[in-house]
Design a protein around this ligand. Structure first.
Ligand SMILES: Nc1ncnc2c1ncn2[C@@H]1O[C@H](COP(=O)(O)OP(=O)(O)OP(=O)(O)O)[C@@H](O)[C@H]1O
Ligand SMILES: [Mg+2]
Length: 366
């Protein structure tokens, strides 16, 4: 899969920019603040309907403008899809092949994009929500059933918490508990199934990156006792029921997939607490390699890979290892030139692109 055309108007610091792309590796090198990350954000947004920088889409509108526009032609399965997003201060419009699409999951269905940015290092070091987000984002992209269960789960969770805080309606609470248990079971089963498959591949990648003698293991840490004999839904419902009083005192739901965690064990020790900076980077790198594989497998073609400012953090061996892993279209940003990139990737020059877009505008006027 690859982006063959990218067009943006009033998107962050890019007033107007148009570029033709091929299914190969590109590099964007330039000083801090030139709009490299914004460029990747535009691709990610055009493909998925979501930004990796903000939950509030109106932030992408260039300062002083009323709206932002980004469009991409994505070639998948040998078909060109037109993806188009307009963001205004109070509304947004998503068009897929010129048809309006209501939600982001329908908009981005089947699109494969894998992003790696420095913030992802928090996957190991940061709060559990970071690790859940990694698994959830991937599963939501891979499985529509998961995506649906996920959205519904959070919707019901919110409603249950409102009942806990403000209402004393036990019947209503029971309705929410049953519904929550139903979605939680789907989420948990899919997460565990996924984890089982991905754990082996992540360990293999880790070893390839770090060398022998370091073993990486992944473990799921559930916030409630998990039974796996098909009674998951009932068991979770019972646990919720038992906790109603405590939950009411706290004003929130104290167990469930929204609180579960994932732990990385390096030679048997919790990586979050004991791993070195380089080891943490390698763990995230291994996770990303696995993600590229899983998405490729699912979609039957390689995803678009966006690597934001990660090369500078790696030594030469790891850089080359990473580049050799990637098939298909990949866009890599860096603040400084580096040998491995110069050799492997073609340059995208943001300054030149801006100039030519401005020239085009002048000509349009005539
Ligand atoms: N909505 C917006 N409108 C106009 N400019 C914006 C908007 N949002 C961010 N910017 C500008 O974009 C610039 C940052 O762009 P970006 O993060 O893409 O830079 P970068 O090239 O990735 O830099 P670095 O090398 O530091 O990562 C900042 O100067 C910021 O002020
Ligand atoms: Mg950046």
């Amino acid at each position: 899969m690859f982006v063959s055309e990218l067009n943006m108007v009033s998107f962050r610091n890019h007033r107007r920019l148009f570029v033709d792309l091929e299914p190969k590796m590109y590099r964007i090198i330039g000083p801090n603040g030139t709009g490299k990350t914004n460029f990747l954000e535009a691709i990610y947004l055009a493909m998925t309907g979501r930004s990796f920088k903000t939950a509030s889409l109106k932030e992408v509108i260039a300062f002083g403008e009323e709206s932002a526009f980004v469009a991409a032609t994505v070639v998948m399965d040998d078909f060109a899809r037109d993806m188009e997003i307009t963001v205004k201060k109070d509304k947004r419009r998503f068009l897929r092949d010129h048809n309006p699409v209501k939600n982001t999951s329908a908009y981005g269905r089947g699109m494969g994009v894998v992003l790696f940015e420095p913030g992802h290092l928090q996957m190991v070091q940061g709060a559990p929500s970071r690790r859940r987000a990694f698994i959830d984002d991937m599963l939501r992209m891979l499985s529509p059933a998961y995506d649906e269960a996920y959205t519904s789960y959070y919707h019901v969770l919110y409603q249950r918490n409102v009942v806990l805080r403000k209402l004393r309606d036990m019947d209503l609470l029971d309705v929410y508990d049953r519904s929550l248990a139903n979605y939680a079971a789907v989420i948990l089963r899919e997460r565990l199934k996924f984890l089982k498959r991905m754990a082996a591949s992540v360990s293999t990648y880790y070893e390839a990156i770090a060398g022998e003698g370091e073993g990486l293991e992944l473990r799921y840490k559930a916030s409630f006792p998990v039974v796996l004999d098909g009674e998951l839904e009932t068991a979770f419902y019972e646990s919720l029921k038992q906790r109603r009083e405590t939950d009411r005192e706290r004003g929130r739901t104290s167990i469930g997939p929204h609180l579960d965690d994932l732990s990385f064990l390096l030679n048997g020790e919790e990586a979050k607490k004991f791993a070195s900076t380089g080891q943490i980077r390698s763990i995230v790198l291994a996770m990303k390699c696995m993600e590229i594989d899983r998405v490729s497998e699912q979609l039957g073609e390689a995803p678009v890979v966006l690597l934001d400012d990660v090369m500078s953090e790696l030594d030469e061996k790891r850089r080359r290892m990473l580049l050799s892993m990637i098939r298909g279209q990949c866009i890599i940003t860096a603040a400084e030139p580096m040998e491995a990139l110069e050799e492997a990737a073609e340059a995208i020059d943001l300054i030149e692109l801006k100039k030519s877009a401005d020239d085009l505008r002048e000509e349009d006027l005539w």
